[in-house]
Write a protein that binds this ligand. Structure first.
Ligand SMILES: Nc1ncnc2c1ncn2[C@@H]1O[C@H](COP(=O)(O)OP(=O)(O)OP(=O)(O)O)[C@@H](O)[C@H]1O
Ligand SMILES: [Mg+2]
Length: 304
């Protein structure tokens, strides 16, 4: 059993009648990069705000670093760095000067400013004014600010929002280094699985306030079991024949689709079709992408 950095129990937040976060039991293992995924309005920011003590849960509990957040607020928050929504800066000050303002508040030595600028690769632009920074540079400055206090946990709410692929890549590279190089556990939210699938070790999928899936990224990948696609000359006849033989078959366009195939199944299906005088033009195997799996989870919830 690995140690958990964050553990919530039945975490719930209502706004009037609306339940924005509904009995969520998050488990974020120490040293993980936890991808917190969900479409717009799913409840990601609301959950993150509760983890950061910015809003109170309507009900439920939050434990961070094995302590109750409601009882040990300050010592816990001192160990967390965060980036929620687009951070605001003094545009007329340089990146360095902006960090200096925060460093003074946190009582962090000024050599830490150089360190965090180095980590987010902003050293060359340290003394340019922030109003001349690109969006990606501003996001990296936000991460630098989150790192100033030497956190054990970094919580980033959609840090790649609005960035181009190069900017997304930079942030991803940065986040990937955190657990190994800096001993930091990371929670990073996103509405695109493709954006975090290359860096996350663990995934939580939230929609309509419900946590629909939570496990390692490997466990999520296991769900993308391959399917068999068959192109035949008489699809409806073929479907009936295979169904009578006990296969689960659906028709997708001109293709027959059969889940969970293995080689012996493929052979058996092919033999039966050919014996019945059905021409098989093509047999192929396709796995669902992680994005498809993610959308499946989200769609199921939407149709409840
Ligand atoms: N202060 C508030 N008052 C009323 N409703 C709110 C408030 N904050 C959030 N909500 C509602 O709670 C739900 C979840 O919102 P939240 O911002 O947590 O979603 P999100 O997953 O962060 O979405 P996005 O990807 O758009 O940032 C939404 O339906 C939202 O309208
Ligand atoms: Mg949000």
């Amino acid at each position: 059993m690995s140690e958990m950095v964050i553990e919530t129990s039945n975490l719930t937040r209502r706004y009037g009648k609306k339940v924005s976060v509904n009995n969520v039991n998050l488990k974020v293992p120490k040293g993980s990069i936890y991808g917190f995924l969900g479409p717009n309005g799913a409840g990601k920011t609301t959950t993150i705000r509760m983890l950061l003590g910015l809003i109170r849960p309507t009900s439920g509990h939050i434990r961070i670093f094995n302590q109750d957040l409601s009882k040990h607020r300050m010592p816990i928050l001192r160990r967390i760095g965060s980036l929620v929504e687009s951070p605001s800066y003094y545009g007329h000050l340089s990146g360095y000067e902006n960090l200096d303002v925060i460093a003074r508040l946190l009582k962090v030595p000024s050599k830490r400013i150089d360190e965090v600028l180095g980590i987010v690769r902003l050293t060359p632009a340290a003394h340019q004014t922030v109003k001349g920074y690109s969006l990606g540079m501003k996001q990296r400055l936000g991460i630098a600010a989150a790192l100033l206090g030497n956190p054990d946990l970094l919580i980033l709410d959609e840090p790649t929002n609005g960035l181009d692929p190069a900017g997304i890549h930079e942030i991803r590279t940065l986040i990937k280094d955190m657990p190994k190089q800096h001993g930091i556990t990371v929670v990073v939210s996103s509405h695109l699985l493709s954006e975090i699938d290359q860096m996350a070790t663990h995934v939580g999928i939230i929609d309509h306030g419900h946590l629909l899936f939570q496990d390692s990224i490997e466990k999520l990948r296991e769900q993308s079991s391959p399917k068999l696609f068959l192109q035949v000359d008489k699809p409806h006849e073929a479907k009936r024949l295979l169904q009578d033989a006990g296969f689960k078959v659906s028709i997708q366009g001109d293709n027959l689709q059969i889940p969970n195939s293995d080689l012996s199944v493929t052979e058996e299906i092919n033999r039966q079709l050919v014996q019945a005088g059905i021409s098989v033009y093509r047999i192929s195997e396709q796995s669902r992408s992680l994005e498809d799996i993610f959308l499946d989870f989200v769609d199921k919830e939407g149709s409840l």
